[in-house]
Ligand binder design. Sequence first.
Ligand code: ADP
Length: 558
Amino acid sequence: MEQGKTLQNLEEEISGLRWQLEEANDTIEAIRTGQIDALIVKEETGHQLYTLKSADQTYRVFIEKMKEGAITLDRDGLILYCNSRFATMLSEPLSNVIGRSFAEFVFKDHTSIFNNLLQQGWKIDSKGEILLFGHDKKVLPVLLSLATLELDEGTALSIIVTDLSAQKQTERQLKSKNEELMQAHNSLEQLYAELEDRVEERTRELSISREHFKFLADHIPVIVWTARPNGEVDYFNKRWFDYTGNSLKESLGAAWTKAIHNDDLDDALKTMNESLAAGKDFKIEYRFLRAADETYRWHSSMAVPFKNDDGEIIEWFGISTDIEEQKLAMIKKDEFISMASHELKTPVTTLKAFTQLLLLTLEKENNIKAANYLFKMDKQINKLTGLIADLLDATKINAGVLHFEKEIFDFNGLVSEVVDQMQLTSETHKITLALSESHQIPGDRNRIGQVISNLISNAFKYSPKADEIIITSEVKDKKQRLNVQDFGIGIPEDQQSKLFNRFFRASEVKSNTFPGLGLGLYISNEIIKRHTGSLTFISQEGKGSTFSIELPINNLPV
Ligand code: ADP
């Protein structure tokens, strides 16, 4: 404390100084914002007028408007001047910044970087990035651009402070986006590599399976082919070329059909086209010309469509098996059956005649016991005659020599007659008959009667636990229809398509020892076909079957 000054003197002095400080701040603010360009300063020597050069004033305005901070430092690192932007960066009032050491605002860990930069800045223009530490305790990344500045008062260091936080954030975002991109790229590459591996593996598998298929197809003793969905053949195995002697060009598409025997061609094409239109497999027999000896040999051909998950046909697969030997064996068998049944027919007919004579004699002699035995014998001879007749019919049909009478007969009359006869042969089943109006039918009365009695005898035979057969007739669309319904064992669905084949018997029937040769339906179907009619059935296993014949009212048998 200065000697002789009272407390009141001092308080007055402080208040004077405070007023001067405020005035100085206002003056600085006015200079900064360009509101004044001259000022009078009270000095020891009296009042002095200082004018500001107009260019200086322009720069000051620029500097105040800059987005960057601008400061000047003296040799001790004290801030001589700074624009308001710099103070804003540090969240400090301007008055708190001017006069302080710049180092106070540098983030602690960056002090040595800053000092080096400062040292260098005094020598040459320099740049460097550091972190500042603001009043709000926020760390701010900045770029410092240092250059010395020659002022009237001496050399100062000017620093332009560029806020890098937005740039850093963008950099960070860019980096993280880059990392994400990199990650996506890596996983894509991994996926791609996996995909490539899978494709490679599939291709290998495919080529192996194709090789397997080709190897197999070339070494099995049948003709193998594949066709496009439209039926155009696009592949044949080696056996085809060996057998037909045709080249690939002579075989592709529909060209291969030239190898089929002329007599079989129409039927073959019809079956194949129907199967193609329905998208269903087919089985067919025809003769192919063999190049080696120029002979036609019977083949059994079958094809199945290969479908995708949507049920669309992708390809047809077919095989043709040489069945010439079987055909010859069948012919030999037919010849034998024909010969044997002929040979059997005469003695059995004689046997039947003598049995009936003997029966009459015994009845006259009232020898009931012996007559009864003979009656049973006669029934067995009837069965034998029926079997022999079936065998003969079947061989005749096969040879195309079954003869038909051409006559016109009353359909209902025939049905009633056959029903009456058949009813006599069964003690277990009752036939219920419901006939519609009667019609004159052209055809062979005996043969149609044979069909009806065959259907009724099957209905008896295959419904051992039932006691009723229902027979109905109706006329529709110039067709006479007859239905024979039973409530018996029915026919398994998977066997129904083969029912009219020669010698076919359902597995259930064979294992339960129902007597029969499997010829009745084959013969019946052929008889009805020859009358340009149809024989059909519906059947449910365990529930029963209904067999129906349909005959045109006008046509005579062909
Ligand atoms: P068969 O009766 O001598 O065996 P068919 O040609 O008359 O010969 O009949 C062929 C096969 O059809 C029979 O073996 C049997 O499996 C089946 N079948 C025919 N009719 C019927 C029917 N009404 N009910 C069940 N199965 C039948």
